[in-house]
Design a protein around this ligand. Structure first.
Ligand code: SF4
Length: 381
């Protein structure tokens, strides 16, 4: 994979790195704050029009070969449910997909459990009107990519068909968020946004860049870490590292099977880290007060969706502070699995709920534009 350690975009720079840059160029340290304000908060894609920065500094930054590094929105596909799938292009011509999902991330409220009631209450409060009487666009989730393609090769995933081309830089990860926020003119103070790192790629195979992007989103963009979730296919050593991070999103593990026999078939990475290792890592993961770990489970008709599979999941996950998100498989070209009947999904859910695991059925989003889980692939290219 090409070395992306040399980053030419300012969106990859921490405040300390920006300060080092401007002082090396002979300017006072406070200029770093102004640069950060322009790119991370005002979402400027160029410093040219930033009037409070001296011309000399702007040209010196350009002479260093540095640019802001905002991704270009090549194409936008809007679903009938309001989901928007973006094709974002970077300086080297590579592209990824980023998804905007209005009003909630996964439609996971309402399964009758205590957690379900909390989610419903939250949704209700999000629907409140402002003092002007105008209804706010109160809640949306941005699904962000971490790599161009993916090497993990989950058999039900369209992204896997691409293989992995390269890691994204921190600025390319942050840039996706900023481009979508700008496109929707989002006021982060007023509107409740979530980020899920569940787009193309395995974030834990691009760990350093992913974690730096998280810190930039928290410290520079102003996104609370509690509103971010990262999903991993089960890179066990990185789950341990992630638990030690002082600033981190919530953790979701893409489980998808109750045992190694089934999981190896659909997620070959299981041969490296098996289900027991994964569940042990989940059990040892240090959760914050009231935090729950999420297990995601894509239900594939006739493969992993039987009642005995649900009972096995419940038995093996017992004692882990978690909830389960069930996702009925999203069919796509080139992937030979089918969607289970809704009654089967419901039965799977009720077995897990009966065993004491809060379990939600995720509403598929943007299925008509291939924006739903496991469907991200540059279908236009
Ligand atoms: S499901 Fe995620 S980890 Fe698996 S191949 Fe697709 S993008 Fe990669």
């Amino acid at each position: 994979m090409p070395d992306m350690s040399i980053q030419n975009e300012l969106l990859s720079f921490s405040n300390q790195e920006l300060t080092d840059l401007v002082t090396r160029l002979g300017h006072p340290g406070f200029r770093a704050r102004q640069v950060a304000e322009a790119i991370f908060r005002q979402r400027r894609d160029s410093l040219v029009g930033v009037s409070n920065l001296p011309l000399a500094l702007k040209s010196q930054i350009a002479e260093e070969g540095l640019s802001v590094g905002f991704p270009r929105i090549h194409q936008k596909f809007t679903s009938t449910d309001g989901t928007v799938r973006y094709l974002m292009g970077f300086a080297d011509g590579e592209s990824v997909e980023t998804v905007w999902m209005p009003e909630g991330d996964f439609g996971e409220a309402g399964d009758g459990t205590e957690a379900g009631q909390e989610e419903l209450a939250q949704l209700a409060s999000d629907e409140k009107r402002t003092h002007t009487g105008k209804k706010t666009r109160s809640r949306a989730t941005i699904c962000v990519s971490s790599q161009v393609g993916c090497a993990v090769n989950c058999q039900f995933c369209l992204t896997a068909l691409l293989g992995v081309k390269r890691n994204l830089t921190p600025g390319e990860i942050v840039g996706q968020v900023l481009a979508v926020l700008r496109d929707h003119d989002v006021n982060l103070q007023r509107e409740r946004m979530n980020i899920v790192f569940m787009g193309m790629g395995e974030p834990f195979l691009n760990y350093e860049n992913f974690m730096k992007a998280v810190r930039l989103l928290v410290e520079e963009v102003g996104f609370p870490e509690s509103r971010m979730t990262v999903s991993t296919s089960g890179i066990v050593p990185r789950i341990g590292d992630f638990g030690k991070e002082p600033v981190r999103p919530k953790l979701a593990i893409s489980l998808n099977a109750p045992n190694d026999a089934i999981r190896e078939r659909i997620m070959p990475i299981t041969r490296k880290w098996n289900v027991q290792m994964l569940l042990d890592a989940a059990r040892q993961f240090p959760l914050r007060p009231r935090e729950l770990l999420t297990f995601e489970y894509v239900l594939l008709d006739g493969v992993n969706d039987a009642p005995e599979h649900a009972r096995e999941v419940a038995r093996r996950a017992a004692g882990i502070q978690c909830k389960v998100n069930l996702i009925a498989f999203n069919p796509g070209p080139g992937v030979n699995y089918a969607m289970p009947a809704h009654s089967r999904v419901r039965e799977f859910q009720s077995i897990l709920v009966g065993a004491g695991l809060p379990t939600f059925i995720r509403r598929p989003r943007g299925r008509d534009i291939y924006a739903a889980c496991g469907q991200l692939k540059r279908t236009v290219s």
